[in-house]
Design a protein. Structure first.
Lengths: 536, 167
């Protein structure tokens, strides 16, 4: 393994690919070759840095400079000035960058944004497909500790329980407890499943974790498998996430090669292997029982609970289904201990959370911060405030099955408890900002349309309820609504919450109630317009 | 009963699918993975292909049909050379995705799900692609285009068509 004086990190994600990152990378590699720098400078692809919409990004390390908006024609200047003469060409857009723990990304000069990167720690520093780099940067340290300290499965579960890690997919169920229940359930074969069927609109954190650091998931699932006595794991990835599937497959192959997966993991007498299953696009498969049906090759209809998957899951065997982000926290907890994890976040919501900040904000993108960070900070510091200097109207938290929060609730802390107090949910971590011109009525209509389409139709409350809610919202939007329609919508959503089979139908109440509760005036204005028009 | 047998042509496509099915039939629950491959080979999943899959896997056709129609990804109609997918997720919605869709329906003269007469474009919509930072976005085949407006979108499609015809 040779040593390079400079590394140039090339973050690859949807945004940079669209901006032509591969062309820039090819030009860069050619320039470097032509100048005879191949032995000194190394170009490597990494995952995203979480900066969106700034074109092609290049980070030069250890100089801690990152360039944005790079075009192939800029590359020669960069190589000439920066790599050969050691000075930063001022004609190129650049900013300082700190890749250390608690990394500081400077979006623009003067705007400092300290993040706490745990889950995405390696995602943008390390080439995800280079096993030596992964290992050198602390990959598989959790698994190593299990072997070195001869940790028993019970000790592993205990460590996760002590850390207070809770499911990051939305519900916030304690992860350690889920594993323990799975371990203690009688059954021959047990399964660990990684839910990467990320479909919550406005969410793409799981994709970036899978693309940026797939080995973290391999390690986490191996640890989980050891802890609960599972010998087989499935990664259920959305069919649309081509790059995630490719990188994950490569990571699995590499791990097998290094003896980190297979019949005798780390020669520790424990067998574990992983397989990828491609999803085919159904929102409902985010529900764990629907996901299990889909894994079995059937329609993704949710099952009646109980029995829960921890007792009767895949092929009716005990199964633990965990979200990508949840699993991504596990290696750190085992390697550095539950105490370390507890230093982050709040008492009951420990650790960090990845948020995607979108909509009408100056800097859309993804950030990882401690649990309990106020919403205001996410929108105004990390997101750079409402775009175009307009006023803030609402934030939709947690995607389609999330809640609208008005300006008055901007100071709410983003953790499981604080949000629950405000009848909100953390959900998937999507923060969609809407400015003063956005229409809540329109937005709710669009969400209800989504629910009506994605309802699987198995249970009547959801199949009929989503359709009726959509009709009522359509009437309101078209100016054909009546005053009583608002209460009908609320009653219907509440009824669905109590009777629907799965979280899809149960959570329709979230957007409906928050929209009508906080923005009733806007809905009433629709009704008023109707009555006035009728009078004319 | 002979007439009810559906004739499956013995060609390269079916042979490829058959090999895939044979290689995967021992793994539990192979149906969705088989359909993924079948759609990759044929471009869509017509009744003949569904019958074929059902027979080869030894499951009722109703089960295959149920799965095909359940998931967004599977298609039962042929499509154009290129698929234009407009994202209608929440982030794209607030950034005006429905305006883009309306403009495209008008420009291409088709509704969502339809295919242009020359079989060049199929217009489709999708839930979130997970490229929300670029909202509003569309995907043409595997390529993502972001920060769109109606004019820009129409121009992109025009450019693609010109580029294709020149080739």
């Amino acid at each position: 393994m040779s040593i390079y004086r400079t590394h140039i990190l090339v973050p690859i994600d949807e945004g940079t690919v669209q901006a032509g990152v591969f062309e820039v990378k090819r030009t860069l590699e050619r320039e470097i070759r032509e100048r005879g720098l191949e032995g000194e400078v190394r170009v490597l692809e990494t995952g995203t840095v979480g900066i969106v919409g700034k074109g092609v990004l290049l980070a030069v390390y250890p100089d801690r400079i990152y360039y944005s908006g790079m075009r192939p024609s800029d590359v020669a200047l960069l190589v000439e000035e920066h790599l050969l003469k050691g000075r930063v060409p001022s004609s190129l857009k650049h900013a300082p960058l700190d890749l250390q723990d608690g990394a500081k990304v400077l979006h623009r000069t003067g705007l400092t944004l300290p993040q706490k990167r745990v889950v995405l720690d390696k995602a943008w520093k390390v080439a995800p497909d280079d096993m030596r780099e992964v290992l050198a940067s602390g990959g598989y340290a959790g698994l190593e500790r299990i072997v070195a300290d001869r940790m028993t499965p019970e000790a592993v579960i205990d460590e996760v329980k002590k850390s207070g890690l809770r499911g990051r997919g939305g519900a916030g169920f304690p992860t350690g407890l889920k594993w323990e229940l799975t371990r203690n359930s009688p059954g021959g074969r047990k399964y660990i499943i990684c839910n990467a069927d990320e479909g919550e609109p406005g969410t793409f954190k799981d994709r970036l974790i899978l693309e940026g650091d797939p080995h973290r998931i391999v390690e986490a699932m191996t640890i989980a498998g050891y802890a609960m006595g599972a010998t087989k794991g499935y990664v259920y990835i959305r069919g649309e996430y081509a790059l995630s599937i490719e990188r994950m497959q490569k990571a699995i192959d590499q791990a097998r090669e290094y003896g980190l997966l297979g019949p005798d993991v780390l020669e520790h007498g424990f067998a574990f292997d992983l397989e990828i299953k491609k999803g085919a696009g159904a929102y409902i498969c985010g529900d764990e029982t629907a996901l299990l049906e889909s894994l079995e090759g059937k329609r993704g209809n949710p099952r009646i609970k109980p029995p829960y998957p921890v007792a009767h899951g895949l092929w009716q065997e005990p199964t633990s289904v965990n979200n990508v982000e949840t699993l991504a926290n596990v290696p750190g907890i085992i390697a550095r201990g539950a105490g370390w994890f507890r230093t982050m976040g709040t008492e009951k919501s420990s650790g960090t959370k990845v948020f995607t900040i979108l909509g009408h904000v100056e800097h859309p993108g993804l950030v990882e911060v401690e649990m309990g960070t106020p919403l205001r900070e996410l929108v105004f510091s990390y997101g750079g405030g409402v775009s175009g200097g307009r006023k803030f109207k609402a934030a939709l938290l947690g995607g389609a099955s999330g809640v609208f929060l008005p300006e008055g609730l901007l100071d709410v802390r983003m953790d499981f408890e604080s949000l629950k107090e405000n009848k909100a949910v953390l959900g998937s971590g999507a923060v969609l900002v809407m400015d003063e011109d956005a229409s809540i009525v329109d937005m709710l209509f669009s969400i209800l349309k989504f629910f009506a389409h994605e309802s699987c139709g198995r249970c009547a409350p959801c199949r009929i309820g989503t359709r009726q809610l959509l009709n009522l919202a359509w009437k309101l939007r078209r100016g054909k609504g009546r005053e009583t329609d608002l209460d009908t919508m609320l009653r219907l959503a509440e009824l669905m919450c109590g009777t629907a089979l799965c979280p899809l139908g149960q959570s329709v109440i979230m957007p409906v109630r928050s929209a009508i509760e906080y923005f009733r005036g806007e809905f009433e204005a629709c009704v008023k317009k109707t009555t006035e028009e009728a009078r004319v | 009963m002979e007439s009810k047998q559906i004739h499956i042509p013995d060609n390269a496509e079916y042979r490829e699918l058959k090999l895939f099915i044979e290689a995967n039939s021992s793994t539990p629950g192979p149906l969705i993975q088989v359909l993924h491959r079948a759609q990759k080979i044929f471009g869509y999943l017509p009744m003949e292909v569904q019958h074929f899959v059902a027979r080869e896997l030894g499951v009722p056709h109703s089960q295959v049909y149920g799965v095909v129609t359940f998931y967004n990804f599977f298609r039962t109609e042929p499509i154009g050379d290129h698929i234009v997918n407009i994202c209608l997720g929440t982030a794209c919605h607030v950034k005006g995705a429905s305006e883009i869709l309306k403009a495209l329906e008008k420009e291409l003269g088709i509704r969502v799900g339809g295919t242009t007469k020359d079989r060049f474009y199929t217009l489709s919509t999708a839930r979130c692609f997970g490229a929300c930072g670029l909202a509003p976005v569309m995907m043409v085949d595997d390529e993502v285009y972001g920060r769109l407006n109606p004019q820009k979108t129409i121009q992109i499609l025009k450019d693609l068509r010109t580029a294709q015809t020149v080739k």
